[in-house]
Ligand binder design. Structure first.
Ligand SMILES: [Zn+2]
Ligand SMILES: [Zn+2]
Length: 56
């Protein structure tokens, strides 16, 4: 299943994990995804920059 391209302002990893179920398929039921937990605790290391909106 194709994951839609990460929109501006979103974290690519979290977007990927939110839309691609296979990203968490290896986890046991109720097991936390270390990568998602890391982003929730420490924040997102990278956010897709907003482009073309408001440039002049
Ligand atoms: Zn993230
Ligand atoms: Zn995840």
């Amino acid at each position: 299943m194709a994951v839609p391209e990460t929109p501006p302002g979103e974290c690519p990893q979290c977007w990927q994990h939110a839309h691609d179920r296979s990203a968490h398929r290896h986890l046991k039921p109720r097991e936390d995804c270390p990568q998602c937990v890391d982003h929730m605790v420490n924040g997102h290391p990278y956010i897709v920059p907003k482009t073309s909106s408001g440039w002049w």
